[in-house]
Ligand binder design. Structure first.
Ligand code: GLP
Length: 235
């Protein structure tokens, strides 16, 4: 695991974007970039939108989506991606799991096959305060494929800020599994703020355990972690 610490969130976004950009430029023949939602990648997407990088050879696949929210729902991850990135950057094609299908298990299987067929060249990740990656909560097996997951109360509470009330936060999500994420050739994880300090310490210094899903990344050969000083404060 390689890592670097930068002073502030702003710098983190710039450094992380440059890392992604380099990868995109290294593959003019085309590549698949795995994208994340949440606050962590917002600054990275801002940098991306400001740049005039040609991304028409880039396919994007997102990590997860809430079960029950249609792509048009204001809090869906489809809408998040549209607002933060897709509205200004033209990609070859972009995929996010569909949250409001009749059969979410089937949708998970379809999405797993879609991701596997393309193969992720670089995956952008955030980390939850409880160490979750995508929506793989503590206890998720390390070999899990894309699946429907029950969100923990702490994750629902953490994500409540995007909704009006806690009751509106969905209880389930479709998420790429830890096994799916580990198939990515390269992984770039970004974390900022003190809220992430404990999870970051466990990920970097603890043993690999399903109690803290991010610890699995120790077993991946090509991971870059970019932290701000607050997120790195317990290292
Ligand atoms: C969310 C997402 C994750 C994200 C994490 C941290 O629930 N499913 O992909 O990395 O939690 O979110 P944030 O960056 O908002 O702290």
């Amino acid at each position: 695991m390689k890592w670097m610490i930068v002073e502030k969130g702003e710098e983190l976004a710039q450094v992380a974007y440059q890392f992604l950009k380099q990868e995109i430029e290294r593959h003019p023949e085309g590549l698949t970039v795995g994208l994340a939602t949440g606050s962590s990648p917002v600054g990275v997407y801002e940098e991306w939108r400001k740049d005039s990088l040609d991304c028409r050879h880039v396919t994007t696949v997102n990590l997860d989506e809430y079960v029950g929210l249609s792509p048009e729902h204001p809090q869906s991850y489809h809408t998040f991606m549209q607002e933060h990135l897709f509205k200004d950057v033209a990609f070859k094609e972009s995929f996010v799991p569909i949250g409001d299908t009749e059969d979410s298990v089937r949708e998970s299987e379809r999405y797993e096959a879609l991701v596997r067929n393309r193969g992720i060249d670089i995956q952008l990740l955030g980390i939850g305060a409880n160490g979750h990656i995508a929506f793989n909560e503590p206890g998720t097996p390390f070999d899990a494929k894309t699946h429907v997951t029950e969100l923990t109360e702490s994750t629902r509470e953490a994500n409540q800020r995007f909704f009006d009330r806690l009751e509106e936060v969905p209880t389930k999500a479709i998420t790429m599994g830890i096994g799916t994420i580990m198939e990515a050739k390269k992984i770039l994880l970004v974390a900022s703020s003190e809220r992430k300090a404990e999870a970051v310490r466990d990920m970097m210094e603890g043993v690999a355990t399903t109690d803290c899903p991010a610890t699995v990344l120790k077993r991946h050969a090509d991971v870059m972690v970019i932290l701000d000083e607050e997120a790195a404060s317990l290292l």
